[in-house]
Design a protein. Structure first.
Length: 116
């Protein structure tokens, strides 16, 4: 079945930048919508940004103007460029993909820590 592997997380100071990547493997069906979600300690997982196969994007209000989601359909890859990072952006970031067979897949998550 489809596997999603995230990378690019780490520790950064407030105001810094990080770029997350997610690559899907074992693809049989076309991937439609993809997205990034995050979960801070003690909080529920929340949407960060989504992107359709055609490139239409949607962002959480808290990241608009700072984060940019993009994808490369040929590589089955998803990216999240995060600029002007804030301590409240700290959390585990998860890649999500809606598969053509109607199922949803999640990656294992990558930790992002923003120090003040």
């Amino acid at each position: 079945q489809v596997q999603l592997v995230e990378s690019g997380g780490g520790l950064v100071q407030a105001g810094g930048s990080l770029r997350l990547s997610c690559v899907a493997s074992k693809i049989i069906f076309t991937i439609s919508d993809m997205g990034w979600y995050r979960q801070a300690p003690g909080k529920q997982r929340e949407l960060v940004a989504t992107i359709t196969r055609r490139g239409y994007t949607n962002y959480a209000e808290s990241v608009k103007g700072r984060f940019t989601i993009s994808r490369d359909n040929a590589k089955n890859a998803l990216y999240l460029q995060m600029n002007s990072l804030k301590p409240e952006d700290t959390g585990v970031y998860y890649c999500n993909a809606v598969i053509g067979d109607g199922t949803t897949r999640w990656g294992q998550g990558t930790q992002v820590t923003v120090s003040s």
